[in-house]
Design a protein around this ligand. Structure first.
Ligand code: 5CA
Ligand code: ZN
Length: 411
């Protein structure tokens, strides 16, 4: 699929230090990316409703990672999927009486315009599940000889499952005890109660067609894919095994990233990703913001109401990407004031010398993408510049170009 248009990134001299980020799998900070190249996969949207601030928070977090790599002179290959066929999409389409393909297309298009407005760099490969069907069925067939893929003991619907717990390296991403895993699995799209599975935590990889459901031809039988195998297949095809970072929100640690990691390892004999990086959850009015709960603050709504997209971006950047936090209107007011103050300096002919600020922004991002610390450094520079004597001649451009290149905020 086509992604969205790429915002300009000012070209600056490089700082070759690579970023360190928190890896969920090891629980510590790890340097990510090679000296020259890095490969990133971030789980994309399920397009049944509009982009909310939680989604935006996740994509802005990984945008910081991409921008930090670029600042280090590392070439980035970035793949993101669109889950354009899955139960929640079909259920919403049915409930609202629209065609599921139209729903997916409309919401994906809205997502593109939101990402553009927020100056999020587009992935190099933006890939839908529907267009990846041959990749998915090939991968499942590749897994059959491992003995880890089997048909469920159900005469009417012998769907295909993956034996996650029996796979080598199982538990490498999430490390949950079984009771917790079972509970979360049930809440996040899994079917622990389904009879006929070898193990309650085994996940669906190919659902054989039921009456009236969309279906694709396959040697496995006509049907449609389970969720996890879609990302495994797309990532392996477009990035290859042992790519640098698998990313998404922390709600994907288990089962999604656990299952795709073990499917990837089982298929290739290599680790799926080198690091698993997760953004925190954004809440609203006491609960995690989610399409299923409906407590959404939509990026497109805020824009319609006149919010400056750069102020929306500043709201997100003011929270460390790993933090769980709750949005309030006051956040947007504060960010709007901050942006205005920064803009006022941009019109000044002179500013406080840039050196320390440039270093501080670069250090903060390399240290687990610490955007709040970078914003604080910009604030300090702005405050110093507000009171500067007019005969000092340092230009405002250097700091503002870095704020644009690294933080994605065009003042
Ligand atoms: N299509 C799958 C991933 S393959 C999916 O989870 N789609 S989603 O539309 O539900 O979420 C898209 C991305 O936003 C995921 O990375 C998810 O972890 C993240 N996300 C969802 N809700 C929130 C939230 N409230 N706060 C932060 N991130 C969120
Ligand atoms: Zn995914």
């Amino acid at each position: 699929m086509k992604a969205w248009s790429r915002p300009d990134v000012p070209q600056l001299d490089r700082d070759p230090r690579r970023p360190r980020v928190h890896d969920t799998s090891t629980g510590g900070l790890v340097e990510v990316g090679g000296e020259d190249a890095a490969r990133l996969y971030v789980c994309g949207i399920t397009p049944y409703d509009a982009t909310h601030l939680g989604h935006a928070n996740t994509y802005v977090a990984f945008d910081l990672l991409v921008r930090t790599w670029l600042d280090a002179g590392v070439a980035v290959t970035y793949t993101q999927n669109v889950t354009d066929i899955d139960d929640p999409l079909l259920e919403r389409a049915e409930a609202t009486g629209v065609d599921w393909m139209d729903l997916a297309e409309d919401q994906t298009q809205l997502f593109r315009t939101d990402m553009e407005a927020l100056r999020v760099l587009p992935p190099d490969h933006y890939v839908g599940a529907v267009e990846s069907m041959p990749l998915v069925t090939d991968l499942i067939q590749r897994l059959v000889p491992t003995g880890l893929v089997y048909q469920v003991d159900d005469a009417e619907h012998p769907d295909w499952y993956f034996a996650c717990s029996a796979a080598p390296g199982s538990g490498e991403v999430s490390d949950l005890d079984r009771e917790a895993a079972l509970a979360i699995f049930g809440e996040r799209g899994g079917d622990p109660e389904r009879p006929g599975k070898r193990d309650a935590l085994d996940c669906l990889v190919w659902r054989l067609a039921r009456d009236g459901e969309p279906r694709w031809d396959s040697p496995l039988g006509e049907g449609r894919p389970g969720w996890h195998i879609e990302c495994t297949a797309i990532a392996l095809e477009h990035l290859g095994p042992a790519f640098d970072v698998q990313g998404g929100g922390s709600d994907l640690v288990f089962p999604h990233h656990e299952m795709s990691a073990s499917q990837g390892r089982a298929a290739t004999g290599e680790p799926f990703a080198r690091a698993y990086v997760h953004a925190g959850m954004v809440g609203y009015e006491g609960e995690k913001m989610s399409k299923s709960k409906g407590n959404l603050v939509l990026v497109s709504k805020l824009r319609e109401q006149g919010a400056d997209p750069m102020a929306i971006r500043l709201v997100l950047l003011d929270h460390h990407y790993r933090e769980d936090w709750e949005y309030t209107d006051a956040d947007l007011e504060r960010a709007t004031e901050r942006l205005e103050r920064w803009r006022a300096i941009a019109n000044n002919p002179t500013a406080f010398p840039a050196g320390e600020t440039v270093q501080a922004i670069r250090d903060a991002l390399r240290d687990d993408l610490d955007a709040p610390r970078a914003l604080a450094a910009v604030d300090t520079w702005v405050a110093a510049s507000e009171s500067i004597e007019t005969d000092e001649t340092e230009s405002v451009d250097e700091v503002l170009a870095l704020v644009d290149a690294l933080l994605g905020v065009r003042v």
